[in-house]
Design a protein around this ligand. Structure first.
Ligand code: UD1
Ligand code: UDP
Length: 377
């Protein structure tokens, strides 16, 4: 019997933690592996919310977040910090997820040490390096380095093979976000108190049609955020509607949203929700209005129409299936599209079909099997 292989899992933000906790759990349950978790804490509070619910205690915590951090300052600190951890841990392989600064720097630091990198959620492409910014380039860098590419769908796998990546290294696994969503739904079913914190708001907005909103994209900072805030203000002017908006902790988001929307009767600007409460929001919302990547995957899986406040998406599967629609960030377009959905029952029904192109909830298990084959254990 070989010694368990040391696998270093690197992440730092809320969505990476949500999408990697199923992989960490699957590795921990498998005697072939000795997983080591390193968090950059590129996010602090929003990361800790996920670590707590998932029961993950990191082996290494770089605690790197700074208020309103710049991309270059953050990336420099990540590269040296993660490099030091890799020198100490000496992993056989490194796992990164998605397209954040932490994932890109983690892949680069591993490459500098010639340690193979496995990429979860590989092959997403918008083909526009400024939308989403800087993620489109981050994931291309990771794709250049990666040893195993775990593509969520056929579309993302094809994007990689079109870039001349060896098809034998590309595996369609689904997206671990569906594993996470199944897990959290089962937890809530067993213990509804886990998601009961929205009860007061639900009572306040009883009888109204709930719109869930999230917004945080860097490329929308400034004019885009202001225009999104104005759209939310106009939407909430309808007496039959209420908006629940957990506001991202990025100061560039909070300043605009608090300035434009505080004190409106039909708008609840609230702190970021932990994952069970966000799952509850997804279940009570009639429509999700978002610029998030993860929410574009979760909402269709739950049969919730999602209007995507971006110019382009690297997740075309929801749009193709008709459960997601790109509306950009122009106020009048957002408002018109949302009201159309609320007022046209047939249009709503057409978008509200549960559709799940992103996997069957078995993605983490598949990924661990593929890594096991790779290391020959
Ligand atoms: C980051 C990722 C983005 C991902 C998003 C998910 C990069 C470049 N960006 O964007 O890909 O979609 O996370 O949310 O990797 N902050 C807090 N507490 C927190 C989290 C953030 O105070 O728990 C504030 C801090 O002031 C921080 C700022 O938000 O400096 C920005 O965080 P950062 O990770 O740089 O960018 P995000 O916009 O969150
Ligand atoms: N999410 C959460 N609480 C919130 C808002 C979002 O738990 O208040 C979850 C959501 O379910 C999804 C993930 O965070 O899984 C998306 O994160 P975010 O929108 O910050 O990043 P992106 O997916 O755009 O990278």
């Amino acid at each position: 019997m070989n010694d368990p292989a040391k696998i270093l899992i690197v992440f730092g933000t809320r969505p990476e933690a949500i999408k990697l906790f199923p992989v960490v759990a699957a590795l921990q349950a498998d005697p072939r592996f000795a997983p080591v978790v390193c968090v950059s804490a590129q996010h602090r509070q929003m990361l800790d919310q996920v670590l707590e619910i998932a029961g993950i205690v990191p082996d290494h915590d770089l605690d790197l977040m700074k208020p309103d951090q710049t991309l270059d300052g953050l990336t420099a600190a990540l590269l040296t910090g993660l490099g030091k951890v890799m020198d100490q841990v000496q992993p056989a392989r490194v796992i990164v997820q998605g397209d954040t600064a932490t994932a890109m720097a983690g892949a680069l630091a591993a490459y500098y040490r010639k340690v193979p990198v496995d990429h979860v959620e590989a092959g997403l492409r918008s083909y526009n390096i400024y939308h989403p910014w800087p993620e489109e380039v981050n994931r291309k860098i990771i794709g250049t380095i990666a040893s195993l590419h775990f593509a969520p769908t056929d579309v993302s796998a094809k994007a990689l093979t079109d870039e001349q990546i060896d098809p034998a290294r590309v595996h369609v696994t689904g997206n671990t976000v569906i594993d996470a969503l199944h897990w959290v739904s089962a937890r809530i079913a067993a213990d509804p108190a886990l998601a009961a914190g929205l009860a007061e708001l639900e009572a306040r907005f009883a009888g109204k049609r709930i719109i869930g909103v999230t917004s945080h994209r860097r490329e929308n900072f400034g004019g885009g955020m202001e225009s999104i805030a104005e759209a939310v203000r106009q939407i909430a002017a309808r007496p039959d509607v209420a908006v629940i908006f957990p506001v991202h902790l990025n100061p560039n988001v909070r300043a605009v949203m608090n300035g434009a929307l505080a004190g409106l009767d039909n708008v609840a600007l609230i702190e970021p929700l932990d994952y069970p409460h966000f799952a509850r929001l997804l279940s009570i919302a009639e429509v999700m209005l978002t610029d998030s990547g993860g929410v574009q995957e979760e909402a269709p899986a739950l049969g919730k129409p999602v209007l995507v406040m971006r110019e382009t998406t690297e997740r075309p599967e929801g749009v193709t299936a008709g459960t997601a629609r790109l509306v950009g960030t122009e106020t009048s377009v957002i408002v018109t599209e949302l009201f159309n959905l609320l007022d046209d029952k047939a249009a709503y029904e057409q978008m509200a079909r549960a559709h799940n192109p992103f996997g069957d909830g078995q993605t983490a298990r598949r990924i661990v099997e593929l890594i096991g084959n790779e290391i020959g254990h």
